[in-house]
Design a protein around this ligand. Structure first.
Ligand code: DX5
Ligand code: ZN
Length: 221
């Protein structure tokens, strides 16, 4: 299994964002957490910052929108050039229409789930999306502890993907580090967001490669 690592820039120094991204050339994606202080109790950055960042990086950008009314705001991130745009199942009014709008802008469409939201009701939508994001913490902040209780849902999401004909990636986000990435990979995740684990490491780029190796080892089991 090829594992992809998407470091969350939420744990980087926003004042020197482009330099922080330049420190992690091994990243498969740059995970950008957009928070609106409504869907989650935190405020981060929005479209203008993403547009600026896109002018300074070559690594594809993976936008995770933790916002209300993604139907209104998400397509602009795809239009700006994000490679992947993920919105929350709990927030979208018309997820099929929204995923189609994102894909129409040549971006991958992702559908995210908070820890207590079941994935099963969305089984019929798998052909409409490119990725499921199973949150392994309550969204809103970096540096939280991994919620083991979500692992069975990762497994069920992988089973649903397997049962469908769709080529859908399965991303996990929250508390993913060298200790927890294995259990996620073993449960079927193949794209791993890691914020504090990467940016608090002495050598962030080395940590990315270490995490990828651990995931591939566990995923192969
Ligand atoms: C949390 C964000 C995550 C966060 C992950 O709401 O969606 O992407 O930055 O940070 P860590 O890896 O530190 O849990
Ligand atoms: Zn995120």
């Amino acid at each position: 299994m090829a594992a992809q690592i998407s470091p969350s820039i939420l744990s980087s120094d926003f004042a020197v964002l482009a330099q922080e991204c330049a420190r992690i050339p091994s990243a498969d994606w740059l995970h950008v957490d957009v928070m609106d202080n409504h869907f989650v109790p935190n405020l981060t950055l929005g479209l203008p910052v993403v547009e600026s960042l896109l002018r300074h990086v070559d690594t594809p950008v993976d936008c995770h929108l933790m916002i209300d009314d993604p139907d209104r705001w998400a397509p602009a991130y795809a239009e700006a050039g994000a490679g992947s745009v993920t919105f929350h199942a709990e927030a979208a009014h018309a997820p099929i229409r929204l995923a189609r709008e994102i894909r129409a802008q040549n971006a991958r469409a992702g559908l995210a789930f908070k820890p207590a939201t079941p994935v099963e009701p969305y089984a019929d939508l798998l052909s409409e999306v490119d990725m499921l994001l199973v949150m392994t913490v309550e969204p809103g902040f970096g540096g939280q502890k991994f919620l083991d209780v979500v692992v069975p849902k990762i497994r069920r999401a992988r089973d649903l993907i397997r049962a469908s004909d769709a080529q859908v990636w399965l991303q996990v986000d929250g508390g993913v580090d060298a200790d927890t990435i294995g259990v996620c990979a073993e449960a079927g995740a193949d794209v791993f967001v890691a914020g504090s684990a990467v940016f608090s490491a002495a050598d962030p780029d080395h940590m990315i490669n270490e995490l990828r190796q651990l995931a591939e080892l566990a995923g192969a089991r």
